[in-house]
Design a protein around this ligand. Structure first.
Ligand SMILES: CC(C)(COP(=O)(O)OP(=O)(O)OC[C@H]1O[C@@H](n2cnc3c(N)ncnc32)[C@H](O)[C@@H]1OP(=O)(O)O)[C@@H](O)C(=O)NCCC(=O)NCCS
Length: 226
């Protein structure tokens, strides 16, 4: 079975075990500036309650709607909902680990998928990736190192299933996000519009308002993640 198919069959518990966590619901060690303790939950899309889905979508809209409306592709909320909560979507949900927190209230989330992505530099022409579709934090939870925690968790998960890189798409207008990814050592991917040769693409300069970034993942010595 290929690595992507195998990863996609894994439950949230199995995903957690692969990164040496005994449960998919864990407290992040309080190494963060604000001394607060944070809870991270790994979930498959089908495990999300309607309440959590609603918060994810509202957070996405509040953070991103204006950027999407100004983008070349525009904004299609129905398509976004379908993409976010599709069967193959996987989530890291972030919430403060405090007793008086309302149940199922989240402060942020990361949504990714295990997938194949075009990769002209390898013989097969495609490679296994953990594709980060969304990382969204409430404004009050930004700048505390939490985005870094979520991305680091995704990198560990991706590597543990033999994915070759983490990939994501970011709008060029979103300068703060670009700085964030740069600080985590993401670079333009070979298939990003900024890296493709206009002549090979039909002679027109690649006009795009987004960049595709990626970061290689450490590989298991055996070459497989069984
Ligand atoms: C982008 C986002 C996920 C970053 O998460 P975060 O928790 O605020 O970022 P962190 O605190 O982990 O920051 C990590 C590093 O990123 C960089 N960074 C983060 N926010 C930054 C900002 N506003 N401007 C410049 N650099 C920034 C810094 O180098 C920072 O390291 P430092 O704190 O040691 O200087 C978060 O700000 C967010 O949800 N933004 C709105 C939604 C969004 O744009 N998502 C990305 C869509 S592609």
């Amino acid at each position: 079975m290929d690595l992507v198919k195998r990863a996609n069959r894994a439950s949230a518990s199995t995903i957690a075990q692969r990164i040496h966590l005994s449960t998919p619901d864990f407290l992040h060690p309080s190494s963060l500036d604000d001394q607060a303790r944070w809870r991270v939950q790994i979930k498959c899309a089908h495990e999300l309650s309607n309440q959590v889905k609603k918060q994810c979508f509202e957070m996405f809209e509040s953070n991103m709607k204006q950027i999407y409306l100004r983008s070349m592709d525009g904004y299609n909320p129905q398509e976004k909902v379908r993409e976010l909560f599709a069967q193959e979507s996987r989530f890291l949900l972030l919430s403060p680990a405090v007793v008086d927190q309302a149940p199922e209230t989240i402060d942020g989330f990361l949504m990714w998928r295990f997938d194949f992505e075009e990769c002209p530099s390898v013989e097969a022409g495609e490679t296994e990736v953990a594709y980060c579709y969304e990382i969204q934090l409430k404004s009050s939870s930004r700048g505390k190192g939490l985005g870094k925690v979520l991305m680091a968790t995704l990198e560990r998960i991706g590597a543990s299933w033999g994915m070759k890189k983490v990939m994501l798409t970011v709008q060029l207008e979103n300068e703060r996000a670009l700085s964030f990814y740069r600080s985590l050592n993401f670079l333009p991917d070979e298939i990003s519009p900024s890296q493709t040769d206009p002549e090979e693409e039909g002679g027109e300069p690649a006009a795009a308002d987004y960049e595709i970034l990626s970061k290689p993942l450490p590989q298991h010595p055996s070459g497989s993640a069984s």
